[in-house]
Design a protein around this ligand. Structure first.
Ligand code: PEP
Length: 255
Protein backbone atom coordinates (compact mmCIF):
# COMPACT_ATOMS: atom_id res chain seq x y z
CA UNK A 1 0.00 0.00 0.00
CA UNK A 2 1.29 3.47 -0.88
CA UNK A 3 1.47 6.09 1.86
CA UNK A 4 0.16 9.47 0.72
CA UNK A 5 2.25 12.62 0.75
CA UNK A 6 1.34 16.19 1.59
CA UNK A 7 4.13 18.46 0.40
CA UNK A 8 4.28 22.22 0.92
CA UNK A 9 6.11 24.26 -1.70
CA UNK A 10 6.64 27.69 -0.22
CA UNK A 11 8.19 28.96 -3.47
CA UNK A 12 9.99 32.34 -3.14
CA UNK A 13 8.06 33.30 -0.03
CA UNK A 14 9.14 33.80 3.60
CA UNK A 15 12.28 35.30 5.04
CA UNK A 16 14.13 33.10 7.52
CA UNK A 17 12.25 34.76 10.39
CA UNK A 18 8.89 34.27 8.65
CA UNK A 19 9.72 30.66 7.77
CA UNK A 20 10.51 29.77 11.37
CA UNK A 21 7.28 31.42 12.55
CA UNK A 22 5.31 29.50 9.92
CA UNK A 23 6.88 26.19 10.96
CA UNK A 24 6.17 26.89 14.62
CA UNK A 25 2.53 27.61 13.71
CA UNK A 26 2.04 24.32 11.87
CA UNK A 27 4.48 21.85 13.40
CA UNK A 28 2.44 20.46 16.30
CA UNK A 29 -0.62 20.02 14.09
CA UNK A 30 1.35 18.36 11.28
CA UNK A 31 3.25 16.13 13.65
CA UNK A 32 -0.02 14.76 15.03
CA UNK A 33 -1.10 13.57 11.56
CA UNK A 34 -0.26 9.88 11.14
CA UNK A 35 -0.21 7.75 8.01
CA UNK A 36 0.85 10.60 5.71
CA UNK A 37 4.34 11.69 4.66
CA UNK A 38 4.53 15.41 5.41
CA UNK A 39 7.24 17.45 3.68
CA UNK A 40 7.99 21.18 3.83
CA UNK A 41 10.00 22.83 1.06
CA UNK A 42 11.06 26.32 2.17
CA UNK A 43 13.51 28.55 0.26
CA UNK A 44 17.18 27.42 0.37
CA UNK A 45 18.18 30.05 2.92
CA UNK A 46 15.66 28.72 5.44
CA UNK A 47 16.49 25.02 5.09
CA UNK A 48 18.87 24.98 8.00
CA UNK A 49 16.64 26.91 10.42
CA UNK A 50 13.51 24.98 9.42
CA UNK A 51 15.45 21.70 9.61
CA UNK A 52 16.46 22.49 13.20
CA UNK A 53 12.84 23.05 14.16
CA UNK A 54 11.71 19.81 12.48
CA UNK A 55 14.26 17.66 14.34
CA UNK A 56 12.54 14.98 16.40
CA UNK A 57 9.25 15.45 14.52
CA UNK A 58 7.65 13.34 11.79
CA UNK A 59 7.79 16.23 9.30
CA UNK A 60 10.44 16.00 6.60
CA UNK A 61 12.30 18.66 4.65
CA UNK A 62 12.83 19.33 0.97
CA UNK A 63 14.47 21.93 -1.27
CA UNK A 64 12.80 23.55 -4.28
CA UNK A 65 15.54 23.00 -6.85
CA UNK A 66 19.14 21.85 -7.19
CA UNK A 67 22.08 22.05 -9.55
CA UNK A 68 23.02 18.75 -11.21
CA UNK A 69 26.74 19.45 -10.61
CA UNK A 70 28.29 18.57 -7.29
CA UNK A 71 30.76 21.45 -6.90
CA UNK A 72 32.86 24.01 -8.72
CA UNK A 73 32.57 27.30 -10.56
CA UNK A 74 28.78 27.58 -10.80
CA UNK A 75 28.12 30.87 -9.02
CA UNK A 76 24.82 31.02 -7.23
CA UNK A 77 24.00 27.33 -7.58
CA UNK A 78 23.24 24.82 -4.81
CA UNK A 79 24.68 21.34 -5.08
CA UNK A 80 23.23 17.96 -4.09
CA UNK A 81 26.11 17.52 -1.64
CA UNK A 82 25.01 20.67 0.17
CA UNK A 83 21.37 19.63 0.20
CA UNK A 84 22.06 16.06 1.32
CA UNK A 85 23.35 17.42 4.63
CA UNK A 86 20.15 19.37 5.18
CA UNK A 87 17.13 17.63 3.67
CA UNK A 88 15.72 14.41 2.22
CA UNK A 89 13.69 15.68 -0.77
CA UNK A 90 14.13 18.07 -3.67
CA UNK A 91 11.49 19.41 -6.05
CA UNK A 92 12.75 19.11 -9.64
CA UNK A 93 11.23 20.20 -12.94
CA UNK A 94 8.63 22.50 -11.38
CA UNK A 95 6.75 24.32 -14.15
CA UNK A 96 7.96 27.68 -12.81
CA UNK A 97 11.57 26.51 -13.30
CA UNK A 98 10.70 25.32 -16.80
CA UNK A 99 8.82 28.52 -17.67
CA UNK A 100 10.99 31.25 -16.11
CA UNK A 101 14.43 29.64 -16.03
CA UNK A 102 14.46 27.68 -19.28
CA UNK A 103 14.71 24.21 -17.74
CA UNK A 104 14.38 21.56 -20.39
CA UNK A 105 13.52 17.89 -19.93
CA UNK A 106 17.24 17.16 -20.40
CA UNK A 107 18.26 19.53 -17.60
CA UNK A 108 15.61 18.04 -15.32
CA UNK A 109 16.85 14.55 -16.20
CA UNK A 110 20.43 15.43 -15.20
CA UNK A 111 19.15 16.86 -11.91
CA UNK A 112 17.08 13.76 -11.11
CA UNK A 113 20.05 11.48 -11.83
CA UNK A 114 22.29 13.61 -9.63
CA UNK A 115 19.74 13.82 -6.78
CA UNK A 116 19.31 10.03 -6.71
CA UNK A 117 23.06 9.51 -6.79
CA UNK A 118 23.41 11.68 -3.68
CA UNK A 119 20.58 10.08 -1.73
CA UNK A 120 18.00 12.82 -2.25
CA UNK A 121 14.43 11.90 -3.17
CA UNK A 122 13.31 13.87 -6.25
CA UNK A 123 9.78 15.26 -6.35
CA UNK A 124 9.57 15.23 -10.12
CA UNK A 125 6.96 17.68 -11.48
CA UNK A 126 5.27 17.19 -14.81
CA UNK A 127 2.17 18.65 -16.41
CA UNK A 128 0.76 20.22 -19.52
CA UNK A 129 0.24 23.90 -20.35
CA UNK A 130 -3.21 25.33 -21.01
CA UNK A 131 -2.76 25.23 -24.80
CA UNK A 132 -1.75 21.55 -24.66
CA UNK A 133 -4.70 20.80 -22.42
CA UNK A 134 -7.10 22.55 -24.78
CA UNK A 135 -5.59 20.79 -27.78
CA UNK A 136 -6.09 17.38 -26.13
CA UNK A 137 -2.32 16.87 -25.91
CA UNK A 138 -2.05 16.18 -22.17
CA UNK A 139 -1.00 12.54 -22.48
CA UNK A 140 1.49 13.29 -25.23
CA UNK A 141 3.12 16.02 -23.13
CA UNK A 142 3.38 14.04 -19.89
CA UNK A 143 4.59 10.95 -21.77
CA UNK A 144 7.42 13.03 -23.26
CA UNK A 145 8.28 14.62 -19.90
CA UNK A 146 8.42 11.16 -18.31
CA UNK A 147 10.45 9.52 -21.08
CA UNK A 148 12.99 12.37 -21.26
CA UNK A 149 13.02 13.35 -17.59
CA UNK A 150 13.58 9.75 -16.53
CA UNK A 151 15.91 8.79 -19.36
CA UNK A 152 18.76 6.44 -18.28
CA UNK A 153 17.23 6.04 -14.82
CA UNK A 154 16.63 2.55 -13.51
CA UNK A 155 13.18 2.33 -11.99
CA UNK A 156 13.18 3.81 -8.52
CA UNK A 157 10.42 4.25 -5.96
CA UNK A 158 12.57 6.92 -4.33
CA UNK A 159 11.11 9.26 -6.96
CA UNK A 160 7.83 10.98 -6.15
CA UNK A 161 5.90 12.20 -9.18
CA UNK A 162 3.77 15.33 -8.95
CA UNK A 163 1.27 15.76 -11.75
CA UNK A 164 0.70 19.49 -11.91
CA UNK A 165 -1.27 20.85 -14.87
CA UNK A 166 0.36 24.24 -15.47
CA UNK A 167 -3.04 25.89 -15.97
CA UNK A 168 -4.01 24.88 -12.43
CA UNK A 169 -0.92 26.18 -10.62
CA UNK A 170 -1.54 29.33 -8.64
CA UNK A 171 -4.67 30.12 -10.65
CA UNK A 172 -7.34 29.00 -8.22
CA UNK A 173 -8.63 26.75 -11.02
CA UNK A 174 -7.82 23.26 -9.84
CA UNK A 175 -8.34 20.29 -12.13
CA UNK A 176 -11.30 18.14 -11.21
CA UNK A 177 -10.60 14.92 -9.33
CA UNK A 178 -11.77 13.08 -12.43
CA UNK A 179 -9.31 14.92 -14.71
CA UNK A 180 -6.45 14.37 -12.25
CA UNK A 181 -7.14 10.68 -11.79
CA UNK A 182 -7.34 10.08 -15.54
CA UNK A 183 -3.91 11.60 -16.16
CA UNK A 184 -2.40 9.99 -13.07
CA UNK A 185 -3.66 6.60 -14.31
CA UNK A 186 -1.97 7.31 -17.64
CA UNK A 187 1.26 8.29 -15.85
CA UNK A 188 1.24 5.05 -13.85
CA UNK A 189 0.67 3.00 -17.02
CA UNK A 190 3.50 4.88 -18.74
CA UNK A 191 5.84 4.16 -15.81
CA UNK A 192 4.87 0.48 -15.93
CA UNK A 193 5.90 0.41 -19.60
CA UNK A 194 9.07 2.39 -18.95
CA UNK A 195 10.09 0.32 -15.91
CA UNK A 196 7.98 -2.46 -14.39
CA UNK A 197 4.44 -2.82 -13.19
CA UNK A 198 5.68 -3.44 -9.66
CA UNK A 199 7.66 -0.19 -9.52
CA UNK A 200 4.79 1.77 -11.07
CA UNK A 201 2.39 0.37 -8.46
CA UNK A 202 4.68 1.27 -5.57
CA UNK A 203 5.63 4.77 -6.66
CA UNK A 204 3.74 7.77 -5.27
CA UNK A 205 2.01 10.02 -7.80
CA UNK A 206 0.52 13.21 -6.39
CA UNK A 207 -1.72 15.93 -7.76
CA UNK A 208 -0.73 19.62 -7.57
CA UNK A 209 -2.45 22.80 -8.71
CA UNK A 210 -4.62 25.11 -6.54
CA UNK A 211 -5.14 22.48 -3.84
CA UNK A 212 -6.83 23.97 -0.78
CA UNK A 213 -8.46 22.82 2.42
CA UNK A 214 -11.78 22.93 0.57
CA UNK A 215 -10.88 20.71 -2.39
CA UNK A 216 -8.26 18.27 -1.04
CA UNK A 217 -10.94 15.62 -0.40
CA UNK A 218 -11.86 15.59 -4.09
CA UNK A 219 -8.36 14.39 -4.96
CA UNK A 220 -7.37 12.08 -2.15
CA UNK A 221 -10.65 10.19 -2.19
CA UNK A 222 -9.28 8.53 -5.34
CA UNK A 223 -6.96 5.76 -4.23
CA UNK A 224 -4.85 6.38 -7.36
CA UNK A 225 -3.93 9.91 -6.14
CA UNK A 226 -1.26 9.66 -3.47
CA UNK A 227 -1.68 13.09 -1.92
CA UNK A 228 -0.86 16.62 -3.01
CA UNK A 229 1.90 19.11 -3.76
CA UNK A 230 0.55 22.34 -2.33
CA UNK A 231 1.79 25.86 -3.12
CA UNK A 232 -0.23 28.84 -1.91
CA UNK A 233 -2.24 26.98 0.75
CA UNK A 234 0.95 25.62 2.33
CA UNK A 235 1.75 29.19 3.47
CA UNK A 236 -1.37 29.18 5.66
CA UNK A 237 -0.54 27.08 8.70
CA UNK A 238 -4.04 26.09 9.75
CA UNK A 239 -5.14 25.25 6.22
CA UNK A 240 -2.05 23.17 5.48
CA UNK A 241 -2.55 21.15 8.67
CA UNK A 242 -6.18 20.66 7.64
CA UNK A 243 -5.04 19.39 4.22
CA UNK A 244 -2.77 16.85 5.91
CA UNK A 245 -5.53 15.81 8.35
CA UNK A 246 -8.07 15.36 5.56
CA UNK A 247 -5.60 13.30 3.56
CA UNK A 248 -4.99 11.03 6.54
CA UNK A 249 -8.68 10.58 7.35
CA UNK A 250 -9.76 9.90 3.78
CA UNK A 251 -6.81 7.63 2.96
CA UNK A 252 -7.49 5.57 6.06
CA UNK A 253 -11.20 5.27 5.35
CA UNK A 254 -11.17 4.62 1.63
CA UNK A 255 -8.01 2.76 0.70
C1 PEP B 1 2.96 24.39 -6.77
O1 PEP B 1 3.67 25.35 -6.53
O2 PEP B 1 3.49 23.32 -7.06
C2 PEP B 1 1.51 24.54 -6.71
C3 PEP B 1 0.77 23.51 -6.96
O3 PEP B 1 1.02 25.79 -6.40
P1 PEP B 1 -0.49 26.15 -6.00
O4 PEP B 1 -0.96 25.14 -4.99
O5 PEP B 1 -0.42 27.52 -5.42
O6 PEP B 1 -1.31 26.08 -7.24
Amino acid sequence: MRIPFVIGNWKMNTTVAQATTLVRDMLAGLDRVKGVHKVLCPPFVSLSAVGDLLKGSSVMLGAQDMCAKTKGAYTGEISPLMLAELCQFVILGHSERRQYFGETDQIVNAKIISALKHGLRPIFCIGEKLEDHEAGMTEEVVARQLAEGLSAITGSTAIVIAYEPVWAIGTGKAASGEQAVATIGFIRDTLARLWTNEIACNLAILYGGSVTGDNIAEFVSYKEIDGALVGGASLRAEEFVHIAEQTAIIAKASH
